[in-house]
Design a protein around this ligand. Structure first.
Ligand code: 5GP
Ligand code: ZN
Length: 119
């Protein structure tokens, strides 16, 4: 059994668990968080299984850059108002003490009018 067999986000990437898709290409999938903290709250994940930011290496720089550069574009598409009055938050929890619950790298992108449920 590979490390990805029991991974929730690998199953979402594979379409074995449904999600509400925001964006997809060969490298990444973005989908709405099931339990949103904010009016806009989606996750950007790599299609390949990387457990967390703690496993990222210099070889992953193009992938990480791609994920981060998608955030502002998708945030606007999902209804966040423009900077500086609008904007968004990018959060990447890493490890148990970092608050990570799903151990497949993901960037939370949150925005929209406050107050938010959390954050
Ligand atoms: P973490 O705590 O690992 O940074 O964040 C994991 C996020 O995944 C949480 O915000 C949680 O709501 C979200 N999540 C957990 N299970 C599912 C699921 O089955 N579908 C979707 N769309 N989001 C999920
Ligand atoms: Zn995974």
């Amino acid at each position: 059994m590979s490390a990805t067999d029991n991974c929730l986000f690998c199953k979402i990437v594979a379409g074995q668990i449904p999600s509400r898709k925001v964006f997809e290409d060969d490298e990444v999938l973005a989908f709405h968080d099931i339990n949103p903290w904010a009016p806009v709250h989606f996750l950007i994940v790599p299609k390949q299984h990387i457990a967390s930011m703690a496993q990222v290496t210099a070889r992953d720089a193009p992938l990480i850059s791609h994920m981060l550069l998608l955030a502002p574009r998708l945030a606007l598409e999902q209804g966040c108002s423009p900077y500086p009055d609008g904007g968004f938050r990018i959060v990447t929890n890493t490890g148990t003490q970092g608050g990570q619950e799903v151990h497949h790298l993901h960037f939370h992108v949150m925005g929209g009018p406050r107050p938010w449920a959390r954050g």
